[in-house]
Design a protein around this ligand. Structure first.
Ligand SMILES: [Fe+2]
Length: 275
């Protein structure tokens, strides 16, 4: 089975309104195609309707049998007043609706702590969430109360998430997402989350290794990598292409990113695996 890997599509940065077949073809032609399955590891875009239109067109244009998604932090954003009103100032409502839209299309799945088996290969995943453990491990060694306060404060000061996530306790949510991973990690061949499952410095891009904000780009998934059944772990969120091997698990991230990071899509690269 051939599998294409992509994350962080950030669709609304590339298409003003409704995407067209021609635009999809020209934007993704060097990245996608000739595979049975596409994995989208979160951060699809800010608007559910545009997201589902784009995913459907990608499936048609590039002939995928299946598209497997998880959602990223941007897929929880309520980016403007009308989104905030539409979803009643609750990020979860938007994410739930996005999941329903994806799951309503034949051959498309939004993994939420479950496993989909395709031709004998078990794909498991959930959104995952950063947990701040990178900060605890590498920067401060203080008591739990201090650390919890510091991690919350730094998040509010540095992350756009603080402006666009509504009615959401992200630290509690990170714990819930870990429980979803725990329920499937010993049964999957390919694990998918939006967030990098390692807090080791060598598994992050060298330009951000010494930044404490890398705590909002990683979570401590050591126990899952060490004791899990997965051969691959696919993630996104960081906009740097990343590959590393940990406890025998091949960890891969192939982000599209924003137009100003990849010359309007021209420098984005394909990533495939074959199982
Ligand atoms: Fe993200």
């Amino acid at each position: 089975m051939k599998i294409d890997i992509l994350s962080d599509l950030h669709i609304d940065f590339y298409f003003r309104k409704k995407p067209t077949e021609d635009k999809i073809q020209s934007l993704y032609k060097n990245l996608l195609g000739n595979a049975d399955v596409l994995i989208v590891a979160g951060d699809i875009g800010h608007y559910n309707k545009q997201n589902i239109q784009t995913l459907k067109l990608i499936k048609e244009v590039f002939g995928y049998r299946h598209i497997l998604c998880v959602l990223g932090n941007h897929d929880y954003y309520l980016i403007d007043g009308s989104s905030q009103r539409n979803y009643n100032y609750r990020s979860f409502f938007r994410a739930e609706r996005m999941r329903e839209l994806i799951n309503s299309v034949e051959g498309m799945y939004c993994l939420d702590g479950d496993i989909i088996e395709i031709d004998g290969v078990k794909f498991g995943g959930c959104d995952g969430w950063y947990d701040g453990e990178y900060i605890r491990r590498h920067f401060w060694k203080k008591d739990e109360e201090y650390m919890k306060g510091y991690i919350s404060l730094l998040w509010r000061r540095t992350m756009a998430d603080a402006d666009y996530l509504f009615d959401m306790d992200w630290q509690a949510y990170a714990g819930l997402q870990k429980e979803k991973i725990r329920s499937i990690y010993q049964e999957t061949d390919v694990m998918i989350t939006h967030i990098n499952p390692s807090i080791k410095k060598e598994h992050t891009h060298k330009k951000f290794r010494d930044e404490d904000t890398t705590g909002y780009f990683t979570f401590d998934g050591e126990e899952f990598l060490k004791n899990g059944s997965m051969r691959y772990w696919i993630f996104g969120h960081t906009h740097d292409r990343t590959e590393y091997k940990e406890h025998g698990v091949q960890c891969l991230c192939n982000p599209m990113g924003y137009p100003n990071e990849n010359m309007n899509g021209n420098c984005a690269r394909a990533m495939h695996i074959e199982i």
